[in-house]
Design a protein around this ligand. Structure first.
Ligand code: NBG
Length: 837
């Protein structure tokens, strides 16, 4: 009986079901069928004997099929239209994060896929958790590139992201005995369903050898580069879908391989091992992402990576341009290149080489084309982060490119001396070649000479750039300077990672906001609505419970979800001052030790972030955090009122669970040092309040959310500079502040290091005698501000009111707005609606 009625049911269902479309159908039945077929035909499994990874692959291939349809339609429409200018976003890093979730959101089939997977007997969350994230970036800069390609697609800006397909991305971090240990990130080991190799679009890149001149058929003097060897770049494409629009761009990452014919010649001569060595040398180029914050001085491989991906990308762009009837000198009409920091800035010289040597375009015409194509974003004021390469290394690896740089420099310096006669200081500062000692190629100078636009990433940063490191350039080319304040994508960082908050917002103001973040303003009145505040609070609490469970699983520490989650997650760097927060923790601990019954707001301090493997002080800060945690977390006097957690392996996947659970966002860099920060935006969007300095984008966040809804402390950038000029004396501050003295003494006493009084000396000595990042100067202001934070926390209604206003006023910090700014101020590119094309 039951059987019969089942059969009847399925008959009825089949009769009324839409036609199943395995490759592009968006309904539940099509998705189910597609998953089952992928599982069988691609993974060789069926639904009853599948592994989780096979299932993840099948689901992802199902989604990938649908993206490809959009990508093809978009690119056909774009390339067929000769008037469309595309953006080429060149970046050595794309910190993409997992792809499945955002693609489901963009395609607007999250619910359908959830149901499809459920009907097959699985849970979509478990499948999504299976994804190994492509960690092809270090931190903010790489993540920004990922947000920007998301927003370009969503804004229907035709664009290609160009970068390197590192076989190993940023290392995985594990904590052993409180110390960071680095493990290679084998993200490709289980396969990558999102990419397609395009070997038919491979290009070759020259390295080494020498150059020679010759006369062409018109008796013009030309140059030719006779390389030692060539390396082949194979493009791997990943579709980048726009949010609820038909546009789909792609990310093209280059993998290096040995060039066949070269290999062959040694092989023929019987030198088999040399041929293999060449193969290994070629493949090494795209092997591993370099961690930043390390001296790259002699890292030959890093320069090779930069030139490799820039040359591949420019050749690819030229091929596309010519295939669609463009003339080489009109390259800029087809392409706007954005250089994400100086890493791809060799593009200025490489584009000149391609135009002049390969297409015989006149130098002056080629220069106009190049400058009209390229723009440069600066991401840091830290002088040690400004890239320069030994001239000898350039000459050895890319001799023809160096000659072109010399020629660009010669012509440029002539212009400088005619504009500023007799100003030799200016000449030597602006020269692309640093000749003050060993000769270097200054990559920022190359970018500034050859780009029609130069921008900083937050208002303060752009102002400081103009006053400080790029001052000469402002005098020379004032019209080139712009500010584009960074932004982040609300699709990944709110809709996907905080479904509780998203649903609450949708219930209240509708669902337009993820694509139009200014809409969030409509939430403002809800800040005064007690019922809404209560719902908001309970969403936060649920998120905190999820994080608490994960903390227990990853670190063994049990934390209380109703304590204040005070969070600092970002790369570990002295200028970001994770150790300032540690000083605050110790101050609170001391207050408890002095008076165990003191009334203190329970807090869970959560840290996360990687330190560059060679950055000793940063690694010692990680050890200090863990050591303080060991003592504080286990002291019975504390009665669990303070907990300190170092969450290992901070990456995009973990970040998506951390931001939604934060109450307090720590943005406490020394003023003038953090170019922008983007974590600060992700926290506020998820309803955390910020304690921060007037640095980077904090300034604009505070302007937007209102001074009353932001905990400000610390010296301003100008005060920092003044203090330094006037002989800053950290020891004097220490001598005059008892609480600070007690905190430092406690560290030096060996209390956190099993009696070892030397372990943390490098940190405390540096603070007392040098303190380049002014922790001593800001300590008392920070502690006072933290006391105010604690007072505010006690008033739950007030805290939540402020937090809701933070969410409501985050519209400016959508990366969609940043992309609109780039389009208007810099690229002169308009949205291209493929439906109307
Ligand atoms: C980083 C800055 C951040 C900024 C990101 C993105 C580098 C060189 N710079 O403050 O430190 O938010 O770039 O612009 O990684």
């Amino acid at each position: 009986m039951a059987k019969e009625s089942n059969a009847n049911n399925s008959k009825v269902k089949r009769a009324s079901a839409p036609t199943i479309d395995v490759r592009s159908g968006m309904d539940v039945e099509s998705l189910k069928q597609a998953i089952t077929e992928h599982l069988f035909y691609q993974q060789g499994r069926n639904i009853v004997n599948t592994s989780l990874n096979d299932l993840y692959m099948a689901v992802s291939h199902t989604v990938h099929d649908r993206l490809l349809q959009h990508e093809h339609k978009t690119m056909n429409a774009v390339f067929d239209n000769n008037n469309v200018r595309l953006v080429s976003y060149m970046s050595a890093e794309f910190l993409m994060g997992p792809q499945l979730g955002v693609n489901l959101i963009d395609l607007n089939i999250m619910a359908e896929m959830e149901q499809a997977v459920q009907e097959l007997g699985f849970s979509l969350n478990t499948i999504m958790a299976q994804e190994e994230e492509p960690g092809l970036g270090n931190g903010g800069l790489g993540r920004l590139a990922a947000c920007y390609i998301d927003s370009m697609a969503s804004q229907q800006i035709p664009a290609i992201g160009y970068g390197i397909r590192y076989e190993f991305g940023i290392f995985d971090q594990v904590i052993r005995d409180g110390w960071q240990v680095e493990i290679t990130d084998k993200w490709l080991r289980n396969g990558n369903p999102w990419e397609s190799a395009r070997p038919e679009l491979a290009v070759n890149v020259k390295f080494g050898g020498h150059t020679e001149s010759y006369l062409d058929s018109n008796e013009y003097l030309r140059y030719r580069w006779k390389p030692d060897y060539m390396v082949t770049g194979i493009p791997y494409d990943t579709p980048i879908m726009g949010y609820k629009v038909p546009s789909c761009n792609f990310l093209r990452l280059w993998k290096s391989e040995a060039e066949e014919s070269f290999d062959f010649s040694s092989f023929n001569q019987g030198d088999y091992y040399k041929a293999v060595e060449y193969k290994v040398k070629s493949e090494n180029i795209s092997k591993v992402l370099y961690p930043n914050d390390e001296m790259l001085g002699g890292k030959k491989l890093r320069l090779k990576q930069q030139y490799f991906f820039v040359s591949c990308s420019l050749q690819d762009m030229m091929n596309i341009h010519l295939r669609f009837d463009g003339k080489p000198q009109d390259f800029h009409k087809r392409w706007a290149i954005q250089l994400n920091d100086t890493h791809p800035s060799v593009a200025v010289a490489e584009l000149m080489r391609i135009l002049v040597d390969e297409y015989h375009v006149d130098w002056d015409v080629a220069w106009h084309t190049t400058c009209s194509t390229c723009s440069y974003t600066n991401h840091t004021l830290l002088p040690e982060a400004l890239e320069k390469w030994p001239v000898g290394l350039f000459a050895y690896l890319i001799p023809r490119v160096l000659e072109i740089i010399f020629e660009i420099n010669y012509r440029f310096l002539k212009e400088v001396s005619s504009r500023f006669p007799g100003d030799n200081g200016k000449l030597s500062r602006m020269s692309i070649i640093d000749e003050s000692g060993e000769k270097f190629v200054r990559m920022a100078n190359l970018a500034c000479v050859g780009c029609c636009a130069i921008n900083g990433v937050a208002e303060l940063h752009t102002e400081l750039l103009k006053q400080q490191i790029l001052h000469d350039w402002v005098e020379m080319f004032p019209e080139r300077f712009h500010n584009v304040t960074n932004g982040v994508t609300p699709r990944r960082f709110v809709v996907l990672s905080n479904p509780g908050l998203s649903n609450l917002i949708i219930e209240s103001i509708g669902d337009k906001w993820p694509g139009k973040l200014d809409e969030l303003r409509k939430l403002e009145p809800f800040a005064d609505d007690a019922a809404f505040r209560e719902k908001f609070r309970s969403v936060k609490l649920e998120n905190k419970k999820i994080l608490a469970a994960l903390i227990k699983e990853r670190t063994g520490v049990v934390v209380n979800p109703s304590s204040m989650f005070d969070v600092q997650v970002k790369r570990i760097h002295e200028y970001k001052r994770q150790h300032l927060s540690v000083l605050h923790i110790i101050a609170l601990y001391l207050r408890i030790k002095q008076n165990p019954d003191i009334d203190i707001v329970p807090r869970t301090f959560i840290f996360g972030g990687k330190a560059a493997p060679g950055y000793f002080s940063a690694k010692l800060i990680i050890k200090l955090i863990n050591s303080v945690g060991d003592v504080v977390n286990n002291d019975p006097d504390v009665k669990d009122r303070l907990k300190v957690v170092f969450f290992p392996d901070f990456n995009v996947t973990n970040a998506q669970l951390i931001y939604p659970a934060a109450d307090l966002s720590e943005q406490i860099s020394t003023a003038g040092k953090e170019a922008s920060g983007t974590g600060n935006m992700k926290f506020s969007m998820n309803g955390a309040l910020t304690i921060g300095t007037l640095d980077g984008a904090n300034v604009e966040i505070r302007e937007e959310v209102g001074n009353d809804n932001f905990f400000l402390f610390g010296l301003t950038a100008a005060q920092v500079e003044d203090a330094k000029r006037n002989g800053y004396n950290p020891h004097f501050i220490y001598d005059n502040n008892e609480e600070l003295r007690n905190v430092i003494s406690m560290i030096n006493s060996g209390r956190f290091s099993n009696g070892d009084t030397n372990l943390f000396k490098p940190i405390t000595d540096n603070l007392l005698w040098h303190d380049p990042f002014m922790l001593m100067a800001d300590f008392s202001l920070y502690i006072a501000c933290q006391d105010l934070v604690a007072e505010t926390w006690k008033n739950t209604a007030e805290w939540n009111r402020m937090a809701i206003l933070n969410v409501a006023r985050m519209g400016k910090f959508s990366s969609d707005r940043s992309i609109q700014d780039y389009c208007e101020k810099i690229w002169k590119v308009k949205p291209f609606n493929i439906r109307k094309a």
